[in-house]
Design a protein around this ligand. Structure first.
Ligand code: SAM
Length: 211
């Protein structure tokens, strides 16, 4: 399902400042291989959220080849430095991310882990200012029990694909992924410990601040 008009999409993209050539190269790779990165409009938004919250510790769940990681790392660097966890279970994606982030001059800020993201978060010490969830959608609901205690009060949980290409509106779609997105949205928006807003950018970005 097309969620937005072409005109709106290209207008929003035109408002994002020109990116570093390496970020453009990553966008090109994603387009050519149909790899689902967040893209420049959401990337810029993640960067803004990082700057707005002054985040110094960010944990990314399901990181791909490092595109969204780069936006968080740029924000953390401008906030005075800190760490961004890049966690993906594909070894080759982790290796590629290390090369891209190094070329972007951001590698020192990033902790790379090749592992299952929920398990990795559970075993990582300390609280996070931002946790970004972009893992397999059928895992979304169960991941919340691990995420919540790892988020500092006032910190943000940011969840990608909250509109799931419009599949959430299809009442006949009960696939595990679609149900996973629906269930996570229901749980978070009814949890009194969170203040939520679903931002309709690209595939939908759900923001939840822990009270
Ligand atoms: C949607 S892509 C990430 C895109 C990335 N956020 C970006 O915009 O650059 C999700 C990646 O996480 C991996 N993944 C999915 N579920 C995971 C999990 N539970 N643990 C670790 N990696 C996972 C997938 O194999 C895929 O490479």
């Amino acid at each position: 399902m097309e969620l937005y008009s072409e005109q709106l999409v290209s207008y929003l993209e035109s408002l994002v400042p020109e990116r570093h050539p390496v970020l453009q190269e990553m966008e090109q790779r994603a387009a050519e291989t149909r790899f689902p990165i967040v893209g420049p409009v959401v990337g810029q938004f993640l960067y803004l959220l990082t700057r707005l919250t002054g985040a110094r510790r960010v944990f990314e769940m399901g990181s791909g080849f490092g595109y969204s990681t780069a936006w968080f790392a740029m924000g953390v660097r401008e906030n005075g430095g800190g760490e961004v966890y890049h966690v993906v279970w594909d070894e080759s994606l982790s290796r590629d991310a290390q090369v891209y982030l190094s070329r972007l001059g951001l590698k020192e800020l990033v902790r790379f882990h090749v592992s299952e993201a929920v398990a990795q978060l559970q075993q990582t010490e300390g609280l996070f200012d931002i946790i970004f969830n972009d893992i397999n959608k059928e895992q979304y609901p169960d991941s919340l029990a691990v995420i919540k205690p790892k988020l500092r009060r006032g910190g943000l949980l940011v969840v990608d694909n909250a509109l799931w290409h419009g599949a959430i509106f299809d009442e006949s779609d009960h696939s595990p992924a679609t149900e996973g997105v629906r269930q996570l949205t229901r749980i978070l928006t009814h949890d009194p410990d969170f203040i939520c807003s679903l931002i309709p950018l690209r595939d939908g970005v759900l923001i939840a601040q822990r009270r």
